[in-house]
Design a protein around this ligand. Structure first.
Ligand SMILES: *[C@@H]1O[C@H](CO)[C@@H](O)[C@H](O)[C@H]1NC(C)=O
Ligand SMILES: [Fe+2]
Ligand SMILES: [Fe+2]
Length: 319
């Protein structure tokens, strides 16, 4: 099955697009991939963009056309919101967090409907709990942004709520037809969310360290039963621990944003596994990697074969 001429030609297309290179932070020196997570430890970086763990099986890729569509949608929407809200960070985060909950509600709606019609697959109730825990987590990010005044403008509220309405139906339709396509859209969004908060923490660290912790953040991260928060920690770190259980105590608003950023990373990890392995925890042996585009040939999809674990280039068969 490997290396038929048409497949080889198709793979060249992907390779020549450079689509497989991890994105580099603008302004970083060429090749400085670490700059994507400035200030992160080597282990933290490796958890997001590190080399593949060769003991673990490669996950499924995403049809390059859907990959490009999702990337275009996320890039355009994020670009528009960033431009519109320049200099108004809490309002921007309010809009983003209003949208962030929507896909989890959409997955739950479709799963609930299927469950009602008797379509009960093993693991579905666990997955529904996780999606609810993620929606609840995003709700608390939203409540924190509201407590910081992010919801003060009626224009912002109208924009956020209108977008949320259409986004819900979009994700519901996509999820009904293709779960990986819907999960992949969110994988890209959660990656942006992580980087958005990471940049914010880096740019405003001293100011945030002088600001108080909102009461809603104390309630959610300190006083509430940790059951729901633990429910969305589906991916073990390579050292076997869960990052969110060792979160910093809340001394200032800075720590609140560290927690929010780390939540986004957990969402991203879970989504990578759902796209690539159709499983919340994915492959327990290694940290998740970003989903890669693949080229559809017939009824198979091939990830470009530049696999650092193989002695020679291979084609990776996929869903
Ligand atoms: C803004 O958010 C706060 C805190 O959640 C809430 O009490 C208030 O009613 C909201 N304001 C509007 C106009 O929605
Ligand atoms: Fe969030
Ligand atoms: Fe998120």
């Amino acid at each position: 099955m490997r290396s038929s001429t048409s497949r080889a030609a198709a793979l060249l297309v992907v390779a020549s697009c450079g689509a497989l290179a991890p994105p580099v932070r603008p302004g970083a020196p060429a090749g400085a991939l670490w700059a994507r997570v400035p200030g992160a430890s080597a282990a933290e970086y490796a958890a997001v963009y590190g080399p593949r763990d060769c003991a673990s099986p490669a996950g499924d890729g995403m049809d390059e056309r859907i990959f490009a569509l999702n990337e275009g949608l996320v890039g355009a929407t994020k670009g528009a919101i960033d431009a519109l809200y320049e200099g108004r960070d809490f309002a921007r985060f309010y809009v983003l967090e209003t949208l962030a909950r929507v896909p989890y509600f959409a997955y739950l709606s479709v799963m609930h409907l299927r469950e009602t019609f008797g379509d009960r697959r093993p693991g579905d109730s666990e997955r529904m709990r996780t999606h609810y825990a993620e929606a609840d987590n995003e709700l608390h990010h939203l409540l924190i942004m509201e407590s910081l005044g992010g919801n003060s403008s009626a224009v912002d509220r109208t924009l956020a709520q209108s977008m949320a309405f259409f986004y819900f139906w979009y994700v519901t339709v996509v999820y009904s037809f293709s779960e990986p396509a819907a999960y992949h859209l969110s994988e890209l969004i959660e990656d942006h969310a992580f980087n958005t908060y990471d940049d914010f923490i880096k740019d405003h660290g001293p100011k945030l360290k002088g600001m108080p912790v909102p009461d809603i953040a104390r309630k959610y991260y300190e006083r509430d039963d940790p059951y729901l928060r633990d429910q969305f920690l589906t991916v073990k770190e390579t050292d076997g621990g869960f990052t969110s259980r060792s979160r910093p105590p809340l001394e200032s608003l800075y720590d609140v944003f560290v927690n929010i950023r780390d939540d986004e990373k957990e969402h991203w990890k879970t989504l990578c596994n759902l796209v690539q392995f159709d499983d919340l925890g994915g492959d327990a042996a290694g940290a998740p990697e970003p989903t890669r585009p693949c080229v559809v040939v017939g009824d198979e999809c091939f990830i470009e074969g530049e696999d650092e674990c193989a002695a020679e280039p291979v084609l990776v068969a996929s869903r």
